[in-house]
Design a protein around this ligand. Structure first.
Ligand code: NAD
Length: 499
């Protein structure tokens, strides 16, 4: 059995806590490795070394730091196949989907090549007589990131690359369910020229997370995962005086207007609802057709498309649309929620409960489910299922559909399918959700924009990647300077406007 340790000071090291978690192959259900769970002492030692390495890295000119990013882009492309294979083996998603995961992370590294430009400060010449005023963005020191299982390449890269490009040292605590790709990314950063100690990958569970939150050297924490943990980390991190941004769960609605192209909408729903087995924070899990006629026609179009979906292991290549979910516990939770939907009276139009895959009976596969006549009081509507389950809530009008999205506690993403520009524009302006798709089912912003939800999908005031990341991982220092005669004028005791 393979033991997975940590990446500390430029090399793989074994864990010393004596605690481990199982890493499964979700397709077979077998335990394929065990990952070390770091103790507070291990975390603290790695942070202390990172703090020692950071000043030299911060003093490296931003152009040179950007060149590390540039080389990293090349290495990610070089090792794309290798990374995707390991990613799929631990996560379960298909190879093309794993490559998408890596690619969307790579694009943020690409954006970080612009660090010299993004880190430029502001300057006012002659703000007063002989006085110049300027501001600079300085690294925070040591920052940390805590990431979820569902994008083991993309989200670690969203955190590491901007933090490092800004001149910070970075501690990554990846998900213990699929820890191998983050360790490979750290090795690639070293190959790209990142000095040892500046990036540490510490595996672990709640113990390592609490050690991060209690460590006094760590200045900032970025988290992505489920909402209860996001709330916990936000509250504790802030109470401990850290800068914190936490991105949580989701329940993304797609509104289908009567004038929408229903074939397009049905295709979009199948891709966004069942891709990656529904384990995406931007998955569409609620379809809201407006009007019964739209709903009936939509369901009619969805059924054959969903029945055609091929569920299987990533090793089956292009023959598979989506793979298993990540653990047996995740599978059990999805099936439990499906039962609550049936018990509450929702109509299970496509029933994936008895799905079995020959030769993979122990794998964590979940067949596709489609519910109709879901109502807002049901658990399958209020809770994030994070599985291949699409719920249809029928709305009588556009206003009722909009209100559903507005009243839901989550506000990560949402989409509208319509041919009417007026409706689309009204929706984008009024809905209280962070990322909106207009005839686009999964509106994940590109690297040079920012990513973040509203309401219980996000805690903190800045988004991920794009210009916001450079704000999150730096702080502003503003200098007022006068040379040299002014210093002889004598003291001025009044707080006064600039002359
Ligand atoms: P999770 O909350 O279980 O775990 C996320 C991280 O928190 C992991 O590193 C884990 O080790 C750690 N953790 C788990 N339990 C903890 C505890 N009790 N105390 C402290 N730390 C703990 O999430 P997950 O299952 O890995 O990921 C799926 C969730 O992430 C979904 O809710 C999904 O919507 C969300 N997600 C959100 C975004 C976003 O940008 N909003 C992106 C991807 C995933």
């Amino acid at each position: 059995m393979q033991d997975i340790g940590h990446w500390i000071n430029g090399k793989l090291v074994a864990g010393t806590s004596g605690r481990f978690a199982d890493v499964f192959n979700p397709a077979t259900g077998e335990v394929q490795a065990r990952v070390a769970l770091a103790s507070q002492a291990e975390l603290d030692a790695a942070v202390a070394d990172a703090a020692k390495a950071q000043p030299k890295w911060a003093a490296t000119n931003p152009q040179r730091r950007a060149r590390v990013m540039m080389e990293m882009v090349r290495l990610l492309n070089r090792d794309m196949d290798k990374l995707a294979e390991v990613l799929s083996r631990e996560h379960g998603k298909t190879i093309p989907d794993a490559k998408g995961d890596i690619q969307r992370g790579l694009e943020v590294v690409e954006f970080c090549i612009g660090a010299p430009h993004l880190l430029k400060g502001e300057f006012t010449d002659s703000a007063g007589p002989g006085i110049d005023m300027y501001s600079m963005r300085q690294a925070l020191g040591v920052a940390a990131g805590i990431t979820p299982f569902n994008f083991p390449a993309m989200i670690p890269l969203w955190k590491m690359a901007p933090a490092l490009a800004c001149g910070n040292a970075f501690i990554l605590k990846p998900s213990e369910r699929d820890p191998s790709v983050p360790l490979m990314l750290a090795a690639l950063f070293k190959e790209a020229g990142l000095p040892d100690g500046v990036l540490q990958v510490i595996n672990g569970d709640k113990g390592a997370v609490d050690a991060i939150l209690d460590n006094e050297t760590i200045a900032a924490v970025g988290f992505v995962g489920s909402t209860p943990i996001a709330e916990y980390i936000y509250a504790k991190g802030c109470a401990n005086g850290k800068r914190v941004q936490c991105f949580g769960g989701a329940k993304n609605h797609m509104i289908i207007m009567p004038d929408a192209d229903l074939d397009q909408a049905a295709d979009a729903l199948v891709g966004a609802g069942y891709g990656a087995a529904g384990e995406r924070c931007m998955a569409i899990s609620v379809a809201v057709p407006v009007g019964d006629e739209t709903a009936d026609r939509l369901i009619e179009k969805l059924i054959p498309r969903i029945e055609k979906l091929k569920v299987g292991p990533y090793t089956a290549g292009n023959d598979v649309d989506y793979g298993p979910v990540v653990t047996g516990a995740a599978k059990a939770n999805i099936l439990r929620l499906v039962e609550t939907g049936v018990a509450a009276g929702a109509k299970l139009v496509i029933d994936g409960r008895n799905f079995k895959l020959q030769g993979y009976e122990e794998g964590f596969f979940v067949g596709p489910h489609l519910f109709d006549h879901v109502t807002p009081d049901m658990d399958i509507y209020t809770k994030e299922i994070f599985g291949p389950v699409l719920s249809t809530v029928r709305a009588k009008s556009y206003e009722e559909a909009l209100k559903l999205a507005m009243d839901h506690e989550y506000g990560n993403g949402t989409a509208i399918y319509t041919r009417d520009g007026d409706t689309a524009r009204d929706f984008a302006a009024r809905v209280n959700v962070g990322m909106i798709g207009i005839n686009v089912p999964i509106p994940v912003p590109l690297a040079y924009h920012t990513f973040g939800g509203w309401k219980k999908s996000s805690f903190g005031d800045l988004n991920q990647h794009g210009p916001d990341a450079f704000r999150f991982y730096t702080r502003t220092k503003t200098i007022t300077s006068r040379w040299p005669s002014g210093i002889k004028e004598g003291a001025s005791l009044n707080f006064k406007p600039m002359e």
